[in-house]
Design a protein around this ligand. Structure first.
Ligand SMILES: [Zn+2]
Length: 723
């Protein structure tokens, strides 16, 4: 290493110097409305866990808190769709999430939930304090209301036709097909998700937090005092602040959530983004009676790990709330990651374009660390990144197996063969430059890794650890201890040769012990296996031991090697890609589907069979409301600027109808003329791309997403009822 590099390391180490007494690390509270997938892990849980495991190894006072976010619109929608209570939904998914984290080794000190009593009390008291201090503005506004369901509707509760692409199932805040962000006013034929009623405007009162009052302070605090925040975080904050902040409603009309603790607030709850971050405080309260040390003492370092979609809430809204309250510390850093795509496409839980952790562990048992490795070495730290199964295989086979696993395995095999399974001595009289170089590399790597972890550069830190293993392989290759055993039965024939073998394997074993310490924050399951092989206790993983070369005592006998990683075959990867593609669901297509699939819900995969994803039970009267008729397609024309839509003329016997259908990508116009189809004949008219559609054609969708017509076995009279 050059003098210049040395200097850089010293400077970086100085800047990461510890001045705090305790650390509080939070990871974003995930919505309890679906299982864990790798996008979650890559976004914040793996980096947070690496950071915390490292801090624990440093013997620092650190608490790691998280929990399920159990309020909010996606949960109520899912509950409604499944015909169960929101509480049932969150109970189910809280347990599933918690288990997923545990199995992946995410080592929270507490994984709580926002439906807990402590949290309800804490969040309500927080709100009350700001209210009593006169900090809220009370405002009456007009909001959409569902007269049938007798409730106000958040934007997500309103659906209608997207004015941009004609998707009939666009939400009041966004069209998931074309990605346009929308307001409910823009939707064509808006309807309530709850009851299908047409929403009306109605007056309602809410409490607004005047964020604009905190703007000067936020500019100073973030833009001047926290220039060290990651570029993506700092940049997003700057753009929010440059655009100017507005008052934000901190309450909502809903029955699910934390009741607004005021006398005239019937049917109103705290806004989910008001209550969720307070969940970090509540979780700490549940964890330790000393919670206030972590939240109210200035020598606490508070770090929020989140994904990029949460930046504004953690850098602007929550800090302003904390500042307004006055009793709490502010975050020292908010290291947010960007998004992880899968095979070049955005993760979409509603389309089932995701890799689910429970399924991964079923297909790759014992490979927790492989996933942790891939998600860290390819983490979206500075920009969106892509997970591919091919890349997963390569990272495993050519890095974990060929470099790290190979070094440890060769070291143990050779030590058993050439040194009787015991740690050989180090003979100073025959040490050479290469030995010295390896010792220096071990020491320098430790310093580099800790500097990188302290500054949230986990990818680079992991690369340094792997690079040290790579250097170990190179050292072993250059030393060739097996060639020094040149006797007819492979035995060592001279004292000199035995000394050279001893030195090589002594250093390789000390390096192995160092690798266990350095890899432990990243791959804790692997570090555990290595401890077992070395017959040493957890204590050796203390960070202060890293960089040393006297970790394993001379003469100590070690276990036989076990493989740390196995090769992943092409066939396994092919199956995963197939599974991903065949599980793909597109709920926004017109074919037969009226109901939204929202949030984290995982549609049934082909393995579970599509039938599993049943809608809630209906009574016969509900079915009888449908007027289904046999019709015949007599004309089919492409709709301009809409790749998916066909404008069909359907002969129903008693009349001819125009129906717009999203089947253009599946059929050519000419091949469907004269085809008999089943039509929902009494569906309210809807405009799509300016064309009024009067009904819907029933289609069946197979596992590959291909559509098939539903029609009578034999041609029958058009207009015949289907009963
Ligand atoms: Zn659209």
């Amino acid at each position: 290493m050059s003098i210049e590099e040395n200097k850089n390391i010293e400077e970086a180490t100085a800047s990461a110097k510890v001045e705090y007494k305790r650390l509080l690390v939070t990871a974003a509270l995930p919505y309890a409305n679906g299982p864990l997938h790798i996008g979650h892990l890559a976004g914040c849980y793996i980096p947070a866990d690496i950071y915390v495991r490292y801090q624990r190894a440093q013997k620092r006072d650190v608490k790691f808190v998280c929990g399920s976010d159990e309020h909010g619109v996606p949960i109520t929608i899912r509950a409604m769709k499944e015909g169960v209570s929101p509480q049932q939904i969150v109970d189910k998914f809280h347990a599933i999430m918690k288990e997923g984290f545990e199995r992946m080794g995410i080592s929270f000190d507490i994984y709580s939930r926002t439906s807990s009593k402590v949290h309800h009390e804490t969040a309500a008291a927080f709100f009350k304090k700001l209210y009593d201090d006169g900090l809220f503005e009370e405002k009456e506004t007009e909001q959409f209301y569902d007269e049938k369901a007798k409730t106000f509707l958040a934007d997500r509760y309103i659906m209608g036709t997207c004015p941009v692409c004609g998707n009939p199932n666009a939400y009041g805040d966004q069209c998931e097909r074309c990605g346009s962000s929308l307001s409910p006013e823009q939707l064509i034929n808006p309807r309530s998700v709850l009851s299908d009623a047409i929403p009306v405007k109605k007056k309602t009162k809410h409490w607004y937090f005047p964020l604009q009052n905190y703007e000067p302070w936020l500019k100073e605090w973030i833009l001047e005092e926290h220039k060290e925040w990651k570029n993506n975080v700092y940049g997003q904050c700057k753009s929010w602040l440059d655009n100017g902040l507005q008052p934000r409603a901190m309450t909502r009309d809903s029955n699910w959530g934390i009741k607004v603790p005021l006398p005239d607030a019937e049917g109103k709850v705290l806004y989910v983004w008001f209550d969720a971050p307070i969940g970090y405080i509540s979780a700490t309260k549940e964890l330790t009676p000393q919670w206030s040390d972590y939240w109210c003492q200035n020598d606490t370092k508070l770090v929020h790990f989140i994904g990029k979609d949460n930046i504004v809430f953690h850098c602007i809204i929550f800090p302003s709330m904390l500042k307004a309250h006055g009793n709490f510390v502010l975050p020292d850093n908010v290291p947010a990651n960007e998004f992880l795509n899968i095979e070049g496409d955005k993760v979409s839980t509603s389309r089932n374009w995701a890799v689910w952790v429970d399924e991964y562990l079923k297909d790759f048992p014992g490979c927790e660390d492989v996933l942790r490795y891939v998600l860290c070495s390819n983490a979206p730290e500075t920009k969106d990144n892509d997970f591919t199964w091919k890349g997963f295989q390569e990272a495993n086979n050519s890095e974990l197996v060929s470099i790290f696993g190979n070094f440890v395995n060769r070291t143990f095999v050779l030590m058993h063969k050439l040194c009787n399974g015991k740690v050989p001595p180090l003979h100073l009289d025959v040490m050479d430059e290469k030995d010295e170089e390896l010792i220096t590399d071990i020491r320098d790597t430790k310093i580099r890794v800790e500097t990188l972890i302290e500054t949230y550069k986990f990818r680079e830190a992991l690369f340094e650890v792997m690079d040290l293993a790579r250097k170990g392989n190179k050292y072993l290759q250059e030393k060739e201890p097996w060639k020094k055993a040149s006797g007819t039965k492979g035995q060592v024939t001279s004292i000199e040769n035995q000394k050279l073998i001893d030195n090589c394997l002594h250093l390789c074993l000390q390096l192995t012990a160092n690798l266990a310490i350095l890899i432990n924050p990243f791959l804790p399951f692997t570090a555990k296996k290595m401890l077992h092989m070395m017959k040493v206790v957890d204590k050796i993983l203390d960070w202060e031991n890293a960089g040393k070369i006297k970790l394993l005592s001379v003469g100590y006998s070690l276990r036989a090697p076990e493989l740390l990683f196995r090769k992943i075959e092409d066939e396994e990867v092919r199956l995963q890609v197939e599974k991903l593609k065949s599980g793909l669901v597109n709920p926004n297509e017109v074919a037969g589907s009226q109901s939204p699939v929202t949030g984290n819900q995982r549609p049934a995969t082909t393995e579970e069979s599509a039938i599993v994803n049943l809608k809630s039970t209906i009574v016969y009267d509900d079915f009888a409301k449908l007027d289904l008729r046999v019709g015949k397609i007599i004309a089919a024309d492409k709709v301009e600027k809409a790749d998916k839509l066909l404008k069909l003329q359907i002969d129903l016997g008693f009349e001819t109808r125009t129906i717009v259908s999203g089947i253009a990508e599946h059929f050519k116009s000419e091949e469907i003329i004269n085809k008999q189809v089943v039509v929902v004949a009494n569906l309210a008219p809807r405009k799509m791309r300016g064309i009024e559609s009067n009904g819907m054609i029933l289609m069946a969708e197979d596992a590959n997403g291909k559509l098939h017509f539903i029609n009578p076995e034999n041609n029958i009279d058009t207009g015949s009822p289907v009963t």
